[in-house]
Design a protein. Structure first.
Lengths: 204, 204
């Protein structure tokens, strides 16, 4: 970080990292032929796993769908506009939450495993699982960028069909599908406007 | 980034940034007297606002609670174990989602404002608003760290009481409270275990 940067922007990471993760990062909709490596995909989890969750519950489950037979099963479950993207991405992750995340509680919260009783009621368990998996999805997208890849997150898909094809018997429920790779031609539209701090932020 | 790092870890950000954001970052529970600056708090939004959301909907609303009268109203709404932390943090953010996020849709999705009709039904609108605000909470925590501050996210509070005290008449619903500052004494316990890739990740 240069002195000038320190003086103009109070960042603890350098401008290049801030651009890569936040300011210049874009959701991409076309992919080049450049492959992704198994090491890169593995590293995404090795970074994002450290993001905090409620009582360390970590309900997110990641299913990497490889090109070939698996992808052929995924593409028809995507909304029509998301099919060409998903067909051309070198890797695609289905993000699900584990409805039975409490089964891992003693492992992730070893100093007070009895606290799992707070989530005995199914509604509370599902709600906490889903919310914290969405939180982890934010870490996942940041980690995709941190390893030098680009993410194309999608909500347009038939979650029941994805669950039938990929989550059968697991108790996992899909909530987001993210294409991962390098930008192809016309990978992005013009960036859409962000809300001003006047709308999104206040101080009391 | 050194050549060695490139060879052993496929990161696009340097190790210092990866440690700051992910690997060494911790949720803190005590705070030092070191103040936070208004510029740092403002920069958090200037970074996190770029994180992707469904149709760019950006439902997260941030309320910074300053020490003094505002904080005195917040502390009693926190779970007992979270009160000392919240009392001693130099800044605290209430994260809420806007139940009426669709009112800003034409501004954030100007090329297809009619798509807002997909969310005419209240249940769908609330669900999409809440989920995407949790997603943005992930970006928020990463941005806190990117400006060199530490986050202490908390779910233990009375959301109805927080909404009554801070969200009256806004249609915003609180879902997380995050203390922000610098670590004090005994700021962290030993890090809790993360799930192995064998539990959280699979490839099909």
């Amino acid at each position: 970080m240069t002195v000038e940067t320190t003086m103009t922007r109070p960042l603890a990471i350098d401008d290049e990292a801030a651009d890569l993760l936040f300011r210049e990062a874009r959701s991409i909709r076309t992919f080049s032929d450049e492959p992704v490596s198994a090491e890169q995909l593995a590293e995404i989890y090795e970074l994002m796993k450290f993001g905090p969750t409620l009582m360390n519950n970590q309900p997110l489950r990641i299913t990497w769908v490889e090109p070939g037979e698996s992808r052929e099963r995924l593409v028809p479950a995507m909304a029509e506009g998301n099919r060409p993207k998903t067909q051309s991405a070198p890797a695609t992750a289905i993000l699900s939450f584990d409805t039975a995340w409490t089964e891992h509680f003693a492992e992730v919260f070893p100093h007070a495993p009895q606290a799992v009783e707070m989530f005995a009621e199914e509604g509370a368990r599902l709600e906490v699982g889903k919310n914290n998996a969405w939180l982890q999805a934010g870490y996942f997208i940041m980690a995709v960028r941190a390893v030098g890849l680009h993410a194309g997150p999608m909500a347009g898909f038939d979650a029941d069909a994805v669950d039938a094809a990929f989550n059968e018997g697991t108790g996992h429920r899909s909530f987001m599908v993210i294409n991962v790779g390098h930008p192809g031609e016309d990978a992005v539209h013009e960036r859409l406007p962000r809300l001003t701090p006047g709308v999104a932020v206040r101080t009391v």
